[in-house]
Design a binder for this molecule. Structure first.
Ligand code: PLP
Length: 602
């Protein structure tokens, strides 16, 4: 197992057992030998009736352990720092909207008053449906851009005894909320999303900082509070939220963000808003490469304990300085809760030897030498490029820039070929054809080169004899995995023929985002399709509507919900609370039956 660094990223849930298979330790290190699950045995059992690969195996016990560990970490941090309030978190459903995952989190988290975060209309329906069985105190945090229907449904859900909070992401949203609240005669509970100056440097940090996509800058926050005051609604403002992006690499960034946000929180208290909750968003990361370095998007340099104590201490410090009561701390941790609980398993169909490079290493080195060291090419190009730029000759400068680019690309390609050859170091490389679609099952690998730990789940006492890349079944050249944790372009693998049956490989830590991306991010779906045809010699053209984009109900079905059953659950709760008016019925039916995209202006 050391070849795959399973002790680094797998701890405390995945270990290699004495049979050379991976064991899933459902309660982390506290798992007894009876409780440990042999992954190969689980796969064999799952497939004995003829079930096809690929398979996602979910481990709800691991999910429970993650949820409990997060709450224990906050409880301890609160206890040991004399923090005078408590932690009450939510799960951002965009991270994995599957019904069994969401419902499990709500039932397991009932005693923690664990809630949900929604970012679109179908997600709001989903969260309402699940939280009807949750704790009545649990938060239902509504983020994302909102139209009138979204805001109205969020307001109406308060009538159904759900603790829904509408978070204002844009200055204009306050007008929609004020109008909807007056129209429906329902007082909202509101939050504001702050756009912090603290930035998250990783790939996911583009939502953070002054130029981030979401949230309000400090002055805008106070302006929105003023608008609420003018509308006699400042008493509705109870939460400050921020989210500086997923996978925050270090606790020092988390500390700065919480300190900055707590400063705004305290100022809102001093402006007369009741407040009460600080929602620190997502960002609690996963150590995919097992290095704990925090030096790339693949690693974070902390665990639950360090995260919780950083958040608690930062909030406490600023509140104490400003003599403001400690707020309830909420986080929207997604990735950290659900990554470990599911493993994607696929089988190798065949391993085909890759033809070796037609050029020897010496030939490649000599070509590189020519490109890098030849004064008539690189040097001359560089010089004339700079000269043409200084002489402000734009055309010449463009030609030179183009030549330089080609030169660079050629060097890059040759270096990559050489690196591959050196890495193979005399060993043959095999293309393992896997029962897999990279696009559908690990879209983040395809889209943003997110690397996941990948390894065989058995034969781990045998030394792997081959180096392999993984090819999927799609007819696309991108449908392959040829980059692994640590930067290697091949994975040490076993000879498939000797497996006496299947050779099974697992992609680990893939329970967050992977099942929900593709066409389903936030449950927004495909577009409507329209065909435009020329009318021929008569001139003009015709427009025909040929296909409807999926409705919220369609999208929810794809996540294994039954929209009719959901509508009934919501209607039953509404009737219990004496609120199933015609307006409410029409609204719920409309949101189920229309596309999740926003309609009209915000
Ligand atoms: N909250 C908001 C507003 C988000 O956009 C996201 C996802 O990026 C999350 C929470 C979840 O973040 P993470 O998976 O890093 O916990």
């Amino acid at each position: 197992g050391y070849l795959y660094n399973i002790a680094g990223w797998g701890e405390p849930y995945f270990v290699v057992n004495s049979s050379g298979n991976i064991s899933v330790m459902i309660n982390g290190v506290e798992t007894t030998s009876e409780e440990a699950i042999d992954l190969l045995a689980a796969v064999k059992k799952a497939t004995e009736g003829g079930l096809q690969f690929p398979i996602i195996l979910r481990f709800p016990d691991v999910l429970k352990h993650r949820l409990d560990s997060l709450h224990t970490a906050f409880a301890n941090a609160i206890k040991y720092t004399a923090y005078t309030s408590y932690y009450q978190g939510v799960f951002p459903v965009k991270v994995n909207q599957n019904r069994d995952v969401v419902d499990k989190l709500i039932s397991l988290g009932k005693d923690y008053n664990f809630g949900l975060e929604a970012g679109s209309k179908p997600e709001l329906l989903l969260a309402m449906n699940s939280l009807i069985n949750g704790s009545p105190k649990a938060y239902l945090v509504c983020n994302g851009y909102k139209d009138m229907d979204y805001v109205s449904l969020a307001l109406v859900s308060r009538n159904f005894d759900l603790n829904t909070i509408i978070v204002l992401e844009l200055e204009d949203e306050v007008d929609t909320v004020v109008a909807a609240s007056k129209k429906l005669n329902i007082r909202p509970v509101l939050g504001i999303r702050a756009r912090l100056l603290t930035t998250n440097p990783g790939h996911f940090g583009s939502t953070s900082g002054k130029h981030g996509k979401f949230g309000l800058l400090e002055d805008q926050i106070y302006a929105v509070a003023e608008t609420l005051k003018e509308n006699n609604m400042l008493d509705c403002l109870k939460l400050l939220h921020f989210h500086i992006g997923s996978q925050i690499p270090t606790t020092s960034i988390i500390g700065s963000a919480v300190r900055e946000a707590t400063g705004y929180y305290c100022n809102l208290v001093q402006m007369g808003a009741p407040m009460g909750t600080l929602d620190v968003g997502g960002g609690l990361g996963i150590d995919y490469d097992g290095t704990r370095s925090g030096e790339s998007d693949m690693s974070v340099a902390y665990g639950f304990e360090e995260y919780a104590s950083t958040v608690v201490q930062a909030a406490r410090l600023v509140c104490n300085q400003k003599a403001v009561a400690h707020p309830v701390l909420c986080s929207e941790s997604g990735r950290a809760l659900v990554s470990h609980q599911s493993i994607l398993i696929y089988d190798a169909l065949v391993a085909v030897e890759e033809p070796s490079d037609s050029l020897t290493s010496d030939e490649l080195i000599s070509r590189l030498d020519d490109l890098v060291g030849n004064p008539t090419t690189l040097h001359a190009n560089l010089k004339s490029a700079v000269r043409s730029r200084d002489g402000s000759n734009n055309d010449a400068s463009l030609v030179h820039a183009d030549q330089l680019k080609k030169h660079g690309v050629e060097i890059f390609k040759l270096s990559r070929r050489l690196a591959k050859q050196l890495e193979a170091a005399g060993e043959k490389t095999f293309a393992y054809h896997m029962n897999l679609s990279v696009f559908s099952l690990t879209p983040d690998f395809w889209g943003i080169k997110q690397l996941f730990p990948i390894m065989p789940i058995h034969r781990l006492q045998e030394k792997p004899t081959q180096k392999g890349t993984l090819l999927d079944l799609t007819c696309d050249s991108d449908g392959k995995v040829d980059l692994f944790i640590g930067g290697a372009q091949t994975l040490p693998l076993h000879d498939v023929k000797q497996s006496g049956g299947g050779y099974y490989i697992g992609t680990f830590l893939a329970g967050a985002y992977q099942e929900a991306l593709g066409n389903k991010h936030n449950l927004f779906g495909g577009p409507n399709l329209v065909q435009v045809e020329s009318a021929g010699s008569a001139g003009g053209f015709t427009v025909a509507f040929v296909g409807a984009g999926p409705t919220a109900a369609n999208q929810l079905q794809s996540m294994h919900y039954d929209p009719a059953e959901m509508a009934k659950v919501i209607a039953d709760r509404a009737k219990e609370t004496g609120h199933w008016t015609e307006t409410e019925q029409t609204l719920v039916t409309k949101v189920f039956g229309t596309m999740p995209y926003l309609f009209g202006e915000l």
